[in-house]
Design a protein around this ligand. Structure first.
Ligand SMILES: [Zn+2]
Length: 260
């Protein structure tokens, strides 16, 4: 008898257990790659955030610097006007004219002072933004280093599992091929929902009082469910609480039904 023929003659629950075992190995291998992918994506996202921060910082610095340039132009015009007025002051022919020119000079000096104050505020803002730009640059370099390491790690893990995964996929395919379509789709959907944990054994809590529980969620299993399980290994019984496909280990079956 060939190996596959022997497998094909095993009851459904046995076949599901074989699939469960190889399916978990496949998931275990791919999960190492998946977690490396997730880690790499986190690094990429954080680097993008830092890049965005850098663009915003640079835009803000440019705005302040252009404002400073405007202030300096305005201050320059005021200085020119004041110099011109000083010459007029010297040429003033009467007190009234002199006072009028002097008043304008004083007004302009006030405006000049306001511009100077504003420029100092702007320069302080630029200083803060420049410090922050240095900090952003450091963080960007650090994040880039992490991202490079994460890229290498992902490639390494992918290479590590490649051969083993191909072999396991073949085994999984073979184990799945002998399971009826409906049972397989039940298994696959439960395995997908619970990261491969599709099956759970039945534990005997108290044989005399006929108390049994699900090994996955510890909740009590009804006698009806147990009877169905004992009746045939072709029956699929799902835990009402945690959705796992229930199975009886051989020693559990023996303990419950010593005759069989
Ligand atoms: Zn359960």
């Amino acid at each position: 008898m060939t190996n596959s023929a022997r497998i094909a003659q095993m009851p459904l629950i046995e076949n599901l257990l074989a699939l469960y075992s190889v399916d978990k190995q496949v998931r275990g291998l791919t999960s190492r790659v998946e977690s490396a992918k997730i880690y790499l994506n986190v690094q990429k996202r954080q680097l993008d955030e830092i890049k965005l921060e850098r663009v915003e910082n640079s835009q803000q610095r440019m705005q302040h610097q252009s404002h400073i340039a405007t202030i300096e132009t305005e201050s320059g015009s005021i200085d020119d006007r004041v110099n011109h007025l000083r010459e007029e002051l010297n040429k003033a022919v009467n007190d009234k004219q002199y006072s009028a020119v002097l008043a304008e000079i004083n007004t302009l000096k006030g405006q000049r002072q306001a511009f100077e104050d504003e420029e100092l505020t702007e320069m302080a803002a630029v200083d803060i933004l420049e410090d922050s730009a240095k900090n952003i640059k450091t963080r960007k370099a650090e994040r880039q280093t992490l991202l490079n390491a994460a890229t290498v790690e992902l490639k390494t893990r992918e290479t590590e599992i490649a051969d083993q995964l191909v072999e396991l996929e073949v085994q999984r395919e073979a184990a799945a091929s002998i399971i009826p379509e409906e049972a397989l789709s039940t298994f696959d959907s439960i395995a997908d929902d619970y990261e491969g944990e599709a099956m759970a054994s039945v534990d005997v809590d108290d044989l005399k009082r006929r108390e049994y529980s699900c090994n996955s969620c510890s909740l009590r299993i009804s006698l009806d469910a147990l009877t169905t399980l004992l009746g045939s290994s072709e029956n699929i019984v799902i835990c009402g609480s945690c959705d796992r496909i229930l199975y009886l280990k051989e020693d559990t079956r023996q303990a419950i039904c010593p005759s069989k």
